[in-house]
Design a protein around this ligand. Structure first.
Ligand SMILES: *Cc1c(COP(=O)(O)O)cnc(C)c1O
Length: 388
């Protein structure tokens, strides 16, 4: 059997995969078992921050693997402490909890918000307000947090305690914020929901209301974090400081890790025994992630911004392009023809894009080169024309 046949025989049928088996890669080039090379404009889904087979990260991971590949969280371990220090220094947050995925990072933030609500506002102050079109994860609780009806099927009963408001609807936000609300959780740029950037006015009002009505703000930076939007975290574009920040995808440069960052306001909410993870803070993954965080410096962030602006300029006003949304290297392209058909055609032509709702989505490695960007955009524009 081929890999595809084996996959379809033995792997649970939860994924709709593209007809491509990736065998190896270097930087932003993926090599298929079909012998063709592809420009990867998805980087996993915003995961491979420095592309495939990154030498710096691989060296750090290999060195750590040959020392200790795992210790339980009953012992101290240097890579984990160094990564936490780097994240705290980069963000101005105070403490970090490590898990293994975005959903776990959000579970940690949700638990923290609930305990904070009970301690600061009284029993029953456990409601978390989230936005429609959000995505917060696939566990039963993070699915419940996800503000999309399509995700609220099949798996009843869902975790209670979530309330949804339309993004950028200030009036709806204000009326959702009663004394039972412990936190509001937002993606500053919604990813899977369609690459929707939150209005600065909405964010400003959210933080004013936070002062008036005393609740936490959780920034879900699972996708937007780690340089993706041209700042280390997307909330920095708005000049605000959340109480909890979750991140995952790009942090490990391709290896599984999730982190919940606590601001001063939440740094001591969780105590011994309140939370844990067997695999969380894996030393080899943390050693690799440290090389990722250290390289996302101001020069790289400026480059991310410039590349994003360059891509926008090339696409805006082009035939078949309705609009381009997003920031930095997190972009969504509303195309006149069906986005899924455009993306399928791009794959045939040697470029990997993603979709988000009705848009073509791109989340390339932060170090993607201009010649590869040009190749990808040329092919995207050709594919759009052919589908028109
Ligand atoms: C991907 C994503 C998640 C879930 O992350 P997993 O690692 O798949 O659990 C949560 N929030 C946002 C904003 C995401 O993009």
């Amino acid at each position: 059997m081929t890999t595809i046949e084996k996959d379809e025989t033995y792997i649970a049928g939860t994924y709709g995969r593209f007809p491509l088996e990736i065998e190896s890669g270097k930087g932003s080039i993926a090599l298929g078992t079909d012998g063709k090379s592809y420009v990867d404009m998805g980087a996993g889904i915003a995961v491979n921050t420095f592309g495939y087979a990154d030498d710096v990260m691989n060296a750090a991971v290999a060195a750590q693997l040959s020392k200790v590949q795992h210790t339980s969280n009953l012992y101290y371990s240097e890579p984990c402490a160094l990564l936490a220090e780097a994240l705290v220094k980069r963000s101005g947050m105070r403490k970090v909890f490590f898990g293994n995925s975005g959903a776990e990072a959000n579970e940690c933030a949700i638990k923290t918000a609930r305990k904070w609500g009970a301690e600061h506002k009284g029993a029953g102050a456990n409601v978390i307000v989230t936005l429609l079109s959000s995505v917060h994860g696939r566990t039963v609780t993070t699915l419940s947090a996800t503000g999309q009806e399509v995700f609220h099927k099949h798996f009843d009963p869902f975790t209670p305690g979530f309330r949804y408001v339309t993004a950028n609807d200030v009036a709806a936000l204000e009326s959702a914020l009663d004394e039972k609300v412990a936190a509001v959780m937002v993606e500053f740029v919604q990813g899977e929901g369609g690459v929707n950037v939150l209005d600065p006015a909405f964010v400003r009002r959210l933080f004013e209301l936070k002062k008036e009505r005393n609740f936490l703000v959780i920034a879900d930076e699972v996708q937007t974090g780690n340089g993706r939007t041209g700042k280390y975290f997307a909330y920095e574009h708005y000049g605000v400081t959340p109480d909890l920040v979750t991140t995952a995808k790009g942090l490990g440069g391709g290896l599984p890790i999730g982190a919940c960052l606590f601001a001063e306001s939440t740094a001591s909410v969780l105590g011994k025994g309140d939370h844990g993870s067997t695999f969380g803070g894996n030393p080899a993954v943390c050693a690799g992630a440290l090389t990722v965080v250290e390289r996302i410096d101001d020069a790289l962030l400026a480059e991310v911004t410039q590349k994003g602006e360059y891509i926008k300029k090339r696409l805006e006003g082009a035939a078949g392009v309705r609009s381009v949304s997003g920031m930095g290297l997190m972009l969504g392209v509303e195309t006149l023809p069906d986005a899924k058909k455009v993306v399928a055609r791009c794959l045939q032509k040697g470029v990997l894009f993603l979709t988000a709702k009705s848009k073509v989505r791109m989340l390339p490695a932060l170090n993607v080169s201009y010649p590869l960007i040009d190749r990808a955009i040329d092919i995207l524009l050709d594919a759009i024309k052919e589908e028109l």
